[in-house]
Design a binder for this molecule. Structure first.
Ligand code: AVJ
Length: 319
């Protein structure tokens, strides 16, 4: 087994350039926006881990309840001997629950952050001594060349956390199709899908009393100021979580509390009081819209499990 193997390094200059291009483009739009993927620098990833512990942020607990309670059904429907490919493995807290349920032949965590990936791969390898672990540092929005060692194994894609909800529909469909290409013939997919519920519960999950989600949102601006030589005044912005009922999504914004002007990478921008930078979408689904999305992405849903309060679903689908 290639444990702790050298990772294919992503070009850091390329990442920096992509960040600058996304931010400058997004700040030029009539509705200013920055793609949510840029939340996850080291500080942002730590803040997200903190979010998952919050009383209001039910998603992680609900999904963990399903992973813990349905191990028998996973074993029956997924079976042993698959290579589990986790998309955006992050710190991989939920993964051991799945791996111990299904007896896989290999584990392939994919993540864009090499540091997180190395730590979680080592952690997993220690917990499952007989299991070959092949970490791959990659942007899973593109087709990924999997390690040759798992070429012959049937795959199970694992995409927990309702990360699919961060994407608008056409991007989500593109990603599902790309995953199908990455995973190949005979693959299955186990995907977390957060459910539509009382907007008050949803807004609280993205605007917690302790202010951790606000800090997570503000961290994006700190990162812009630090890495892109910006001077966005943090004291003139406030965190807001909005329920957009027409498209069933939570939106996070940073709203200007007064008229401001600032520069990023030498470019000038202005915001009027009340204007916002849109920083994240978190789409919510029901049984039908979740299934429609999967079908549009080339996957056939075969089973769906929810937690005891029906807040969150894990859906198993066939390629
Ligand atoms: C990691 C994308 C699933 O949308 O719920 C948490 C990120 N943003 N609080 C989500 C997030 C604000 C989270 N995902």
């Amino acid at each position: 087994p290639r444990k702790g193997i050298a990772l294919v390094n992503l070009d850091e200059d390329g990442v920096d350039r992509a960040f600058r291009a996304d931010v400058l483009q997004g700040l030029t739009e009539p509705q200013k926006a920055v793609p949510a993927r840029w939340f996850y620098d080291d500080a942002g990833s730590r803040l997200f881990e903190e979010i998952t512990q919050l009383p209001e942020y039910y998603l992680t607990r609900a999904e963990t309840e399903i992973l813990t309670g349905r191990s028998k059904a996973f074993a029956e429907l997924i079976g042993p001997g698959r290579a589990v490919v986790e998309f955006g493995s992050g710190s991989s807290v939920k993964t051991p629950l799945l791996l111990s349920a299904i007896a896989p032949a290999a584990y392939v965590p994919l993540d864009i952050s090499g540091d997180f990936l190395r730590a979680s791969a080592a952690d997993l390898a220690a917990k499952f001594p007989g299991l070959p672990v092949y970490p791959v540092e990659a942007d899973f929005m593109r087709r990924v060349e999997l390690p040759g060692e798992v070429a012959e194994l049937p795959k199970l894609g694992f995409f927990p956390g309702s990360t699919i909800g961060n994407m608008v529909a056409r991007t989500a469909v593109d990603l599902l199709r790309t995953m199908r290409e990455t995973l190949g013939e005979g693959a299955k997919l186990l995907i977390g899908v957060d459910q539509i519920k009382d907007p008050e519960v949803l807004v609280a999950a993205y605007d917690d009393a302790a202010g951790v989600t606000a800090a997570f949102n503000f961290n994006l601006v700190r990162r812009i100021n630090r890495e892109l030589d910006g001077d966005i005044p943090l004291d003139a912005l406030r965190h807001e979580a909005r329920w957009n009922d027409d498209i069933a999504r939570i939106e996070m914004h940073l709203v200007a509390t007064r008229d401001i002007a600032f520069t990023v990478s030498g470019r000038h921008f202005a915001m009027r009081a009340g204007e916002s930078i849109h920083t994240e979408n978190s789409h919510k689904f029901d049984r039908r819209t979740g299934n429609m999305l999967l079908l549009a992405g080339g996957w056939t849903p075969i089973r769906c499990w929810t937690d005891s309060e029906g807040r969150f679903a894990l859906v198993l689908a066939d390629a």
